[in-house]
Design a protein. Structure first.
Length: 212
């Protein structure tokens, strides 16, 4: 009984201490001051566990259609490069000023592997990675600057962006320009030269597209 009372007292005191920190205003909220290690770990763990739970029932469709690649590339180029960059671009005003910094989605698979190892692990097999990308694009991430595009984009359009993201890390700057400059509304047969010269090349690479 004494142990239970002691635990209750500790819990109450801990709660009061937490409230004191919240209301004191002492915790720095500026984006130019990184979280302390405990806060960073707690937020990262909460985010990853929440996303892992949310994507369990997502069925990943086939993503190797060239039409998806072209349509997704056009959307990515217009909507995402300021934060998530592109081949040949390593930083922008957004990447320098946002915290946490958005991942560079044009990084090679090897670079992603090293970054994930430093953070404590990756995001599983390609289908798990694709499901994760779909969920994040559709629903966004609270307090991170990542918008929820499900409000303006249907699932098919989002899956097209996922298809492009799976190829993006293996694209050269020239291949990226070819794929993203072409309108997705153009006939697919007109896109065949771009597909053979640009889309085909990444598939010869040993790297697989992958994001945080």
């Amino acid at each position: 009984m004494k142990t239970v009372k002691t635990l209750l007292v500790v819990a109450v005191l801990g709660g009061l201490a937490g409230l004191g920190v919240l209301y004191s205003g002492l915790y720095p909220m500026g984006a130019d001051v990184p979280h302390n290690r405990l806060t960073y770990w707690a937020l990262e763990t909460l985010r990853e566990r929440s996303i892992a739970r949310a994507i369990r029932d997502i069925e990943v469709p086939p993503l190797d259609d060239s039409g998806l690649l072209l349509a997704g590339g056009e959307d990515y180029n217009e909507m995402c490069t300021d934060c998530h960059l592109k081949p040949g671009k390593t930083e922008s005003e957004f990447t320098l000023g946002l915290y946490p910094q958005p991942p560079n989605l044009s990084m090679s698979a090897e670079a992603h592997h090293h970054a994930e190892a430093a953070e404590g692990g990756g995001h599983g097999d390609p289908k798990t990675s694709a499901a994760r990308q779909f969920w994040i694009i559709k629903h966004g991430i609270k307090a991170s600057g990542m918008a929820a595009f499900g409000a303006t984009h249907d699932d098919g359009r989002i899956w097209a962006m996922v298809a492009f993201l799976q190829k993006l890390p293996a694209l050269t700057p020239a291949q990226y320009q070819i794929l993203t400059a072409r309108s997705a509304a153009e006939p697919l047969e007109d896109a065949a030269p771009a597909e053979s010269s640009a889309a085909g090349a990444p598939e010869e690479s040993s790297h697989e597209g992958h994001t945080h």
